[in-house]
Design a binder for this molecule. Structure first.
Ligand code: GLC
Length: 481
């Protein structure tokens, strides 16, 4: 039996801002319980939903030396679907009304505290991991601390670490003096071959240098980040560690996302009856959102954080033109003001065809996956992307830019061989995107039989965790034979 510890800044069902939480919430369940005891540590945020906070059980507390102070570390615990979660409680650090704040220095301090606390609680909860599996910059210091100060202690000696990159864009960096002060790490660690990054100290970089293995969430992204365009300044390091870097594509929870059993849908459907049943979800949503009710009208869904990463500048650029097509556009999500306002504007201007839902709702997201004919995701970069996997599962055809995980999970339509599960374009160009959307429109309106065959293929591809969880296990085995 091997012990695996996940450490991350968010996890479903407790707290979620993005795909990281979905992965942290679903992957541990899929690791074989016969051979692995997987547990998870996340912060105890005050902004967690009350019904979730109510599930936590207090374990104990102690004080830890941190940043020139003695800092309180509370431990809470909960078991969900057979997985034990631990929560680090500290009201000074995790009291915000959102999980993440805008003050970079304080963010670095918070997650430095979290990383150190996560290591410090292990003897207290009496769980000695064979491997600590770290996720994103917030946990980048764990492999560093593990080598630097904890190895001296018998309990920690020999623990291996893995760093998984969900998004290389966020690294947790600030000037070296400040990072040195917060982390308590000596000068030695701030040279360019370690945490030093130009004038900054870089937490993710620390993780990438000191982890025993590195993964990211798709094969293509694993290749892309070795190049300057996607490498965010770390491509050199990733080339140097190429032998320890692998891509393992994310899956989604096939129980939560199942059009046949989805509680949010008025008209559940499956692979056999989608031709008749799926459109009923479309007319239901048209009514609910005040769009023109027309089952023949092609509906294009967007569920996303409204940020540059997701390609919204392309959409903004051609939105007016796009609104002259015979489509309906349904958006759900929040993000940068300019994009929130852009969608609000077009929803006002074309109210029967554009629905802007500038908030987040689990229920509405499921309804959009079920109701839409196509799903738009023109990302500038996309480590994996989960929405396109959800769309495929619901027989909603993804239209994507072929980058990162989008390239690995959506096979572009090939009309000569009647193959493919979606539409893809290569260059980050608004009219290339619009041209591809129009190809999809043409097939939808002019050749419904072919379209439906594609829906059929989309619903058949398997992006459950089955295959990828196996790959993580192979890696665990390779690290700890
Ligand atoms: C980040 C990435 C996204 C990925 C998710 C989970 O949110 O932007 O592409 O799917 O992490 O790994």
């Amino acid at each position: 039996m091997k012990n695996i510890l996940f450490v991350a800044s968010e996890g479903v069902p407790f707290i979620k801002t993005g795909g990281l939480a979905d992965v942290v919430g679903s992957l541990p369940k899929e690791i074989d319980k016969q051979y692995y005891d997987v547990r998870v540590i996340i912060p105890k945020y005050r902004c967690m939903k009350q019904e979730m906070t109510d599930k936590l059980e207090y374990v104990t507390n102690f004080y830890m030396d941190f940043h020139w102070k003695r800092e309180y570390v509370g431990i809470f615990k909960a078991v969900v679907d057979g997985i034990t979660y631990y929560f680090i409680d500290n009201e000074f650090y995790f009291n915000g009304d959102r999980p993440y704040g805008d003050d970079v220095v304080f963010e670095i301090e918070r997650y430095t505290y979290f990383s150190k606390a996560a290591l410090s609680i292990l003897p207290v909860i009496d769980f000695r991991p064979d491997i600590i599996h770290c996720h994103d910059w917030q946990t980048g210091l764990i492999p560093v601390y593990l080598k630097e100060r904890f190895q001296g202690n018998e309990f920690y000696r020999g623990i291996k670490s893995i760093m998984t990159i969900h998004n290389l864009k966020f690294q947790g960096k600030w000037d070296i003096e400040t990072v040195k002060d917060i982390t308590g790490l000596p000068d030695y660690y701030f040279t360019p071959d370690k945490l030093g990054f130009y004038k900054d100290g870089n937490l993710l970089k620390g993780g990438l240098v000191y982890a025993d293995a590195i993964t990211t969430v798709s094969d293509t992204y694993a290749e892309e980040i070795k190049m300057p365009f996607y490498g965010e300044g770390l491509d050199g390091l990733l080339r140097a560690r190429a032998g320890d870097l692998r891509g393992i594509v994310n899956g989604i929870d096939y129980t939560d996302f199942n059009p046949e059993t989805d509680k949010h849908l008025e008209h559940p459907y499956n692979q056999v009856n989608f031709r008749k049943e799926k459109i009923k979800n479309k007319t239901a949503l048209q009514k609910e959102l005040g769009l023109a009710v027309d089952e023949k009208r092609m509906m294009i869904g967007i569920v996303s954080r409204l940020t540059d990463q997701k390609g919204f500048d392309l959409i903004a650029y051609v939105m007016d033109e796009f609104c002259h097509d015979a489509v309906q556009i349904v958006v759900l999500g929040t993000g940068e003001d300019q994009y929130e306002n852009m969608f609000r504007h077009f929803a006002w201007k074309y109210h029967e065809m554009v629905s802007a839902n500038i908030y987040y709702s689990d229920a509405l997201s499921h309804k959009i996956y079920a109701a839409s004919d196509a799903f738009l995701m023109p990302s500038l970069f996309e480590p994996c992307g989960l929405s396109q996997l959800m769309a495929l599962r619901y027989g909603t055809i993804p239209i994507v830019r072929q980058t990162g995980g989008l390239k690995d999970t959506v096979e572009p339509y090939n009309r000569f061989e009647s193959r493919g599960t979606g539409f893809g374009f290569l260059n980050y160009n608004a009219h290339e995107m619009l041209g591809t959307i129009r190809e999809a429109e043409a097939l939808y309106y002019d050749n419904k039989r072919e379209w439906n065959k594609m829906v059929d293929r989309a619903m058949k591809v398997d992006f459950s965790w089955r295959v990828s969880a196996q790959k993580y296990q192979e890696m665990y085995m390779w690290l700890c034979p």
